[in-house]
Every structure is written in structure tokens, then in C-alpha cells.
Ligand binder design. Structure first.
Ligand SMILES: [Zn+2]
Length: 321
């Protein structure tokens, strides 16, 4: 077995441990410092390892080239005016909640005056979740289905659904030695339509990278919509059609995509009180991120915090435009 030294070791953390470890702003800054520079400070401009601390905002001045480096540069916390302790608490709540947290509730809890501030913070955390999941491809058998999300979000492949978002959900499976299927990883993408061309591009993004000689996805299982047939033929993968005679049986035939779709819809109606088409992708990324880490509930905070430190951020203008 090859041990990857760079692979982070995730720490179990519950509420009590969180409160013990993060009491002050300095605790948070020091945590980011240690995560970014586990072997000590390393100037990104010249590689020098000695520094002086120039302010309480944890600005590090390289003693060789003189450049000042913010420990939060290149993280979702960059240039934030909100205390890191509030950020860390929001990340803890978003990471450990099973269904997602209400931004209005968090605004009260963290005593943040401007709703837009906390709303933007939550979206930056969702972006970190999406970036982390984008690194994972699907392999083997993949179940696919689509659904409309939005007002009166019933039905599929309807026409004239301008305010609704069409979403393709994909779940990979692994099969144990007794032939039993187990769900692995899930992704969900907002798409413009359910054409063969769209489905092909989704499949390529999921696990058929063009440069790969051997595709990661071997088989897709769907309800048999013709676009899936065309896409699988074009890409040279096997297509299983789960035949649904009675719509009530769809849950049995494509159980995991349906479970994720149903879960997302109930979360969007609950804590988020409706999700607009514009921001739908980030909310879906949150649902998938949570599903994909369902086996590591105790590590969830540490995993998400690391994702927030290693991701590029989005600014509020990107969200509002
Ligand atoms: Zn330097």
C-alpha cells in the first residue's frame, strides 16, 4: 500500500471539541497558518522561511524579500470583515447539519447585521464544497435521472419551464462479491435541456475524460429516455434501461437518484425556503457534498474547513450578477 504523505489526516470534532479549540480569532488564524504551511512559513514569492508578524490580522512579512502575505489570501476568508470565529462557527454548522442550515437563523445566531453578508458567506462555503467535489469522477455503474426544480417542481422534460431548473443527477455504484450494489459518489448538474449532446457533455464531465484511454464509467442505468441511448452509443458505453410501467415504481428502479432528488427538494423547501434557478447549482452542490461524505460525519467540520482554505473564492459581485 502506498501511503500518501500529503494526504491530510482529518480530525474528529464535535461541538465541545470545537469550542475548546476555537475560542479566539488568533486560534482561527493559527489553524489556517498551520494548514497552509504545515512545515512552517514559506514565502510564496521567494521561498524564504523567516518572517515577522506585522499586525494582529496575521499579516506575515518575509524577512528576505520584504513582501507582506496575508494568511487568508487565496482562501474564502480573504479580505473578510467578519470575524473568523463567526466564519468557523458557520462552517461547523453547515458541515454537521444533516439537511443544511437556515441563513436567517445563522444571521441571528452570529449577530450579523446585514443579511447579504451571511448569505454571501454561506455561498462561499458552498463554492468550496463544489470545488472539492469537482475533483472526484464517477466510475463503474452510474445511475442517471433528471428532474425539474422550481415552482411546482413536478414532472420531467416539460416545455416552457423558464423559471425552473432542469437538473441531472448521477450516482455511481460499486458491487460487492455477493453482487449487491452500494451507492458511492453523487453529482448533480443544472442543465439547459435533456438532449443527447447535453447528456454526453455531462457524462464526459462525470467520468469519461477525453484524454483517458479507458473510460471510468462502463455502464449507465436510466429510465430509457432516448437521449441517454444516443449518448451512450456515441460514447461507447453500455446502457441499461430500467423499465417503468407505473410511475410509482420509479423509486424502486432508480432508487438513489430519486432519493437525492427528493432529499434536495425537501431541503430547498425547508431550511432554504425556496431556491432560485440562478443559485440552484450551488445548493445542489451542498446536497451532493453532504451525501458524498455521509460515512465521515465526525470529520465533516475538519474536511469542510480544509476545503475552505484550499479553494479560490467568489466575490459578492459574482453572486449578484
Ligand atoms: Zn519572500
Amino acid at each position: 500500500m502506498v501511503v500518501d504523505e500529503n494526504k491530510p489526516k482529518y480530525q474528529d470534532m464535535d461541538l465541545l471539541l470545537f469550542q475548546e479549540q476555537f475560542k479566539t480569532e488568533k486560534d482561527c488564524y493559527q489553524w489556517i497558518f498551520k494548514t497552509r504551511w504545515p512545515k512552517g512559513f514559506n514565502c510564496p514569492f521567494c521561498g524564504h522561511q523567516k518572517y515577522s508578524l506585522v499586525s494582529t490580522r496575521m499579516l506575515y512579512k518575509c524577512l528576505k524579500c520584504g513582501k507582506q502575505i496575508s494568511v487568508t489570501a487565496g482562501t474564502i476568508f480573504h479580505k473578510t470583515k467578519t470575524p473568523l470565529l463567526k466564519w468557523f462557527w458557520l462552517i461547523f454548522r453547515m458541515a454537521t447539519s444533516k439537511t443544511g442550515v437556515s441563513v436567517a437563523e445563522m444571521q441571528r445566531e452570529l449577530e450579523i447585521r446585514d443579511y447579504k453578508t451571511i448569505w454571501t458567506m454561506a455561498h462561499k462555503i458552498r463554492k468550496a464544497m463544489a470545488d472539492r467535489d469537482a475533483q472526484y469522477k464517477l466510475a463503474g455503474l452510474v445511475e442517471l435521472d433528471e428532474s425539474f426544480f422550481g415552482p411546482a417542481s413536478e414532472g420531467k422534460r416539460g416545455r416552457g419551464a423558464k423559471d425552473k431548473g432542469l437538473v441531472i443527477v448521477a450516482v455511481s455504484f460499486w458491487v460487492d462479491d455477493k453482487g449487491k450494489e452500494h451507492p458511492g459518489f453523487a453529482h448533480a448538474f443544472v442543465v439547459e435541456n435533456a438532449s443527447a449532446e447535453t447528456i454526453e457533455s455531462v457524462l464526459i464531465r462525470l467520468g469519461l475524460p477525453e484524454e483517458e484511454i479507458v473510460p471510468l464509467i462502463d455502464i449507465i442505468r436510466t429510465d430509457g429516455w432516448r437521449s441517454y441511448q444516443t449518448a451512450s452509443t456515441d460514447l461507447g458505453i453500455i446502457h441499461y434501461r430500467a423499465v417503468i410501467r407505473d410511475p410509482k415504481d420509479s423509486m424502486k428502479l432508480l432508487p438513489w437518484t430519486h432519493r437525492i432528488i427528493a432529499n434536495a427538494k425537501s431541503v430547498f423547501k425547508g431550511p432554504h425556503r425556496g431556491v432560485s434557478k440562478k443559485h440552484l447549482q450551488r445548493y445542489l452542490s451542498e446536497v451532493c457534498y453532504r451525501f458524498n461524505r455521509r460515512f465521515w460525519p465526525k470529520e465533516s467540520f475538519h474536511r469542510l474547513l480544509r476545503a475552505c482554505v484550499s479553494t479560490s473564492t467568489i466575490i459578492r459581485d459574482d453572486l449578484m450578477s
